[in-house]
Structures are given as C-alpha cells and as structure tokens.
Design a protein around this ligand. Structure first.
Ligand code: BJW
Length: 225
C-alpha cells in the first residue's frame, strides 16, 4: 500500500501547454459542459464530442511533461510502490515523465471504448470518421473518458489507498468535481496529513492541513526535494 497518494488535476499540465477546464481560455470556453462532458451530450451530437476529443488528442502530440510531472516520477524512483499518483487528467504526461504507478480515474485520451462489446483499445487517431471497433467491428466507439454521471475508474483501489496513506497531496485541481474533491476528507478521516499545491486556494482548501499557492512547476519539485 502506498504511503503517499498524490491527486493531480488539470493545473499540473497547464505549464506544459494543456489548457485547464475552468480557467479563462479554458477547455470549456465556447462549450457547454452538458454538451461535451456527459453521455447525453454524446448521444445528442456524437460528431461534435468526437471532434472535441480529436482536437485534444492532436494537441497532446505537441506538448511535453514539465518539472512537476518529472519531480513526481523522481519521487517514485525513490519510493517505488510507496507512491501512488491518482490523476483526473486524461493526458499521458505522467507516464511520459516516467511515472508507472498511476491511476487515470477519468480515463485516457489515447484510448477508445466500444459501447457495443466494452473493449478498451489504444486510440491515437481521429474518432469523428465513424471508426469501427477492432474487436467486434461495431461502429460504436467513444472516447474512454469519464463524463458527468458516470462512475470514475478504480474507486475501490483509490479508496483503500487513501485510507492507508500517511500523506495526501493534491496538485492543480479546483476541487469542483466529486468524488475527487472529497478525497482530502476521506484521507484525513483515516489519519493522513494533507497538503494542497495549487495556483490559488481551491474550493476545498479549508479541508487541508496546509495549502501552498504557486505554479505546480515550482511547488512540486520544491516539495519533493
Ligand atoms: C494551476 C496551474 C499551475 C492552473 N500550477 N495550479 C452535487 C454535489 C456533489 C456532487 C455532484 C452534484 N451533482 C452532481 C455531482 C457529481 C458530479 C460532480 O462532481 N458535479 C460537480 C459539477 C458538482 N460528479 C460526477 O458525476 C462523477 N461521477 C460520480 O460522482 O459518480 C458517482 C460515484 C462516484 C464514486 C463512487 C460511486 C459512484 C464523474 C465526474 C467526471 C468528470 N469528468 C471530467 C471530464 C473528463 C474527460 C475530459 O478530460 O474531457 O473530468 S469534467 C473535468 O473536471 C475533468 C477534470 O478531470 C475534472 C476536474 O477538473 P480539474 O482538473 O480540477 O481542472 P480545473 O480547470 O477545474 O482546475 C484547474 C486548477 O488548476 C485551478 O484551481 C487552477 O487555479 C489550477 N492551476 N494553472 C498549479 N500552473
């Protein structure tokens, strides 16, 4: 079981050039959340949602991990399975920095899921051209991401890790979305020390023992070293 659980959000990838959701010029500017981040929105207008993710998939090829991702990968080199990164992000920047012990609780941009047979398959290209599932042939692929109203991945494993951790650290998340926003209270209830590293106080800042404000690219390496 990990001694340290680090929850990351869009803010950790911001300095790599990946837009956050709720900041000015964020991903949702020009989009209604219910149109692009719900299963109902996908059913209403599949092409628009697939284009939204196709554009983000293409943009991912142009960015690199930053100092915050690299610092967490270095910490894993020291702690091994003593560190678990739970990310809400669907990018692959933690893995590209070298982290291995990562849970993508909101799914992954580079995977697609077949709504017909349930297969999850690597997906690097576009989804908007009505591609077919390589396993069953159905033209029913969707991005393998977790939308509002769906259950995030690996909740049991995350819950157990939070209950066992001595330290819970939250990096670059607004604390606006549950269940991730509730992890700090879960970890605290089970005796963990809790630390927030974010550009500004998050919605749940008051739940943390300590909250430090600044850029993840500076705060995370400073905390790790
Ligand atoms: C920097 C920085 C820099 C900037 N350095 N920092 C009423 C009350 C409570 C709950 C609910 C409710 N009504 C509905 C719900 C549930 C709902 C919910 O939470 N709704 C809220 C709107 C209230 N949640 C769900 O539906 C979830 N499922 C669920 O609850 O299932 C039930 C269940 C749970 C558990 C067990 C059993 C059953 C599913 C939520 C799915 C969220 N999906 C998305 C899209 C994923 C795919 C995609 O990427 O497109 O996930 S929404 C979006 O928000 C995305 C993110 O992962 C998530 C969080 O955003 P994040 O990462 O915090 O980004 P921002 O932009 O909000 O914040 C960035 C922060 O970084 C800011 O604070 C900046 O200041 C900071 N920052 N630059 C450091 N350089």
């Amino acid at each position: 079981m990990p001694q340290i659980v680090v929850l990351t959000g869009a803010g950790i990838s911001a300095e790599s050039g990946v837009p956050t959701f709720r900041d000015a010029d964020g991903l949702w500017e020009g989009h209604r959340v219910e149109d692009v981040a719900t299963p109902e929105g996908f059913d209403r207008d599949r092409a628009t949602v697939q284009r939204f993710y196709d554009e983000r998939r293409a943009a991912l090829r142009t960015v690199e991990p930053n100092a915050a991702h690299r610092a967490l990968a270095e910490l894993e080199e020291t702690l091994g399975e003593g560190l678990l990164v739970v990310t809400q992000n669907i990018d692959d920047l933690h893995e590209r920095a070298g982290s291995r012990n990562v849970i993508h609780m909101h799914g992954e941009l580079l995977k697609a899921m077949c709504r017909s047979c349930g297969a999850v398959v690597p997906w690097e290209g576009t989804l908007a051209d009505e591609p077919v599932c390589p396993k069953c042939g159905a033209a029913d692929l969707r991005p393998d991401v977790v939308w509002f109203g769906e259950v995030p991945y690996e909740m049991d494993r995350i819950s157990d890790a939070l209950a066992d951790a001595a330290l819970f650290v939250s990096v670059g998340t607004s604390g606006a979305v549950y269940p991730a926003a509730g992890f700090v209270q879960h970890a605290r209830r089970h005796g963990a020390r809790t630390l927030e590293l974010n550009l500004e106080p998050s919605e749940g800042s008051h739940f943390f023992h300590e909250s430090r404000q600044g850029r993840a690219g500076e705060l995370v390496p400073a905390w790790v070293r």
